[in-house]
Design a protein around this ligand. Structure first.
Ligand code: ATP
Length: 471
């Protein structure tokens, strides 16, 4: 019997099983399967991440190579990638993640996470995000389940499948808030991570030198990548519909109906790849609950500030042990944000009326936004202020990771506890059966439709698009 040219399973890959014993499967993402493994040479326990999507693999390897010196980014030991096979990344194994910790704290810790513990988690998260942004990398899918935790309490940012490297003049400026001129965005590509044209398999390590290629070489690789992406379209059928599932997993050709009024807000990764030289990004990234308003409005001209919004959502969740904006659809997501902050306007976010979907959907005026205070009752003004520095409409007003590392809140009593004093859950709850109905059980949400679960709102058609009336 002929074996398929594409193996879909690392168990049949000689170059891998010669070096690693593959133990159980420990996780799966939109385009990946993750196994626990043992390196035969020294018994080191590792995670073997088999990525079924070319572009995600490319991005993950590229970003991890750049970030290997950061202590709060997952270690890439090596990777295997050949023309006809999925990429397999050998990563350091981390037992649990921040989503599991929050769930554990909510269920089992009498007083929740202590102030000193919260601050230590925050410091580690901020170091990871700062490392990304200093290296011009936008992660684009920051959420608690992508913040992995070792048994000794070291937090590591993972899952760079949606990350992008942006280089533009002034980007290294700590302020990061230069206006984004799409014509000035260039993508740095790592020639060494592109599979060879021949069938020989390629191995690499996370310590390789960062390389660049000419615009022509890059354009040619993009063509290859686009061709490969269309072959890989079949992968995209295995999509989730989950408020906590990454957006790339929720956008498929089948999701976009001809009469979908919001189709303007959907973009394919392949399209983004093809558009790299124009500097246009896709708005279809991230995970809804952690998604910045500019992305929900279809912006394709954004920067690292989208990560800072996600960071605000994560910090609020660390305080309250509940997701800040658990929207059941993109519109519900926006309506939850508006009910807290008020409507998005040119006054509070200059330039927002240019977001592609801004004129398509209009929300009725929220007369009395409840404010972030209502989401974080019983929290100190300093804690509230910290979240407010990130959860603000104007991307340019969001505090950078570096600014927050120097923030008064993190540097006053109670000080961050030492890493060794952090409580770490013994399991990864992502693999447990969740308890349905609990707000924090991210995987329980099953609808991504913009109109499902929307019966409580009054939606009317207008000349420009739609109008939504809050009850
Ligand atoms: N280094 C690691 N150590 C241990 N477990 C891991 C590691 N990396 C990933 N996992 C497990 O595998 C799961 C999927 O991994 P990951 O989130 O990186 O994949 P993905 O396909 O990029 O996911 P997503 O759909 O969220 O974008 C994680 O939720 C986690 O449970």
């Amino acid at each position: 019997m002929d074996l398929p040219s594409r193996s879909w399973s690392i168990h049949t890959r000689p170059e891998i099983i010669q070096k690693y014993e593959i133990l159980e499967r420990v996780g799966a993402g939109a385009y990946s399967d993750v196994y626990k493994g043992r390196r035969l040479s020294d018994d080191l326990i590792v995670a073997l991440k088999e990525i079924h999507d070319y572009q995600s693999a490319f991005r993950e390897i590229e970003a991890l190579q750049v970030l290997q010196s950061s202590p709060n980014v997952v270690v890439l030991h090596e990777y295997f990638w050949s023309e006809d096979e999925d990429a397999v990344l050998v990563l350091e194994f981390l037992r649990t993640d921040l989503a599991s910790l929050i769930k554990d704290a909510k269920r089992n810790w009498e007083d929740g996470i202590s102030g000193g513990e919260i601050k230590r988690w925050m410091v580690q998260i901020l170091h990871a995000v700062d490392a990304c942004h200093r290296n011009s990398i936008v992660h684009r899918d920051l959420k608690p389940s992508n913040l992995l935790i070792s048994e000794t309490g070291v937090l590591k940012l993972a899952d760079f499948g949606q990350a992008r490297i942006l280089i533009e003049p002034g980007f290294d400026n700590p302020h990061l808030h230069e206006p984004h001129d799409p014509n000035q965005v260039t993508i740095i590509q790592h020639a060494e991570v592109i599979p060879e044209a021949d069938n020989s398999h390629q191995e690499g390590s996370g310590n390789q030198e960062r390389g660049t290629m000419s615009k022509e070489e890059y354009a040619s690789d993009l063509e290859d990548l686009k061709a490969k992406s269309s072959i890989d379209d079949i992968d995209k059928e295995t999509n989730f519909h989950d408020g906590n599932a990454s957006c790339l997993a929720t956008c498929t050709t089948s999701d976009i109906e001809e009469d979908d009024p919001f189709k303007g807000s959907y973009y394919y990764e392949a399209e983004e790849g093809g558009d790299d030289t124009s500097g246009k990004l896709t708005s279809c990234v991230g995970t809804r609950w952690f998604k910045a308003p500019e992305l929900l409005y279809g912006s394709t001209n954004y920067g690292p500030e989208i990560d800072l919004w996600s960071l605000g959502c994560i910090f609020a969740e660390l305080f309250s042990l509940e997701p800040l904006f658990p929207g059941s659809s993109d519109i519900d997501q926006l309506s939850r944000i508006f009910s807290v902050l008020g409507n998005l306007t040119e006054e509070n976010s200059p330039g927002c009326s240019k977001y592609p979907d801004y004129g398509i959907i209009s929300f009725n005026k929220v007369e009395n936004p409840v404010g972030l205070e209502a989401c974080l009752p019983n929290h100190s003004p300093d804690e509230l202020l910290l979240v407010k520095k990130l959860i603000c409409f104007d991307p340019a007003s969001r505090a950078t990771a570096m600014e927050l590392l120097h923030d008064k809140y993190l540097n006053e009593e109670p000080l961050p506890v030492p890493v060794s004093e952090l409580r770490v859950p013994s399991t990864n709850h992502a693999q447990d059966e969740g308890s349905p109905g609990e707000c924090c059980d991210y995987k329980d949400m099953d609808s991504d439709s913009d109109f499902e679960e929307f019966s409580t709102f009054n939606v009317t058609t207008t000349n420009a698009g739609f109008s939504i009336q809050f009850p």
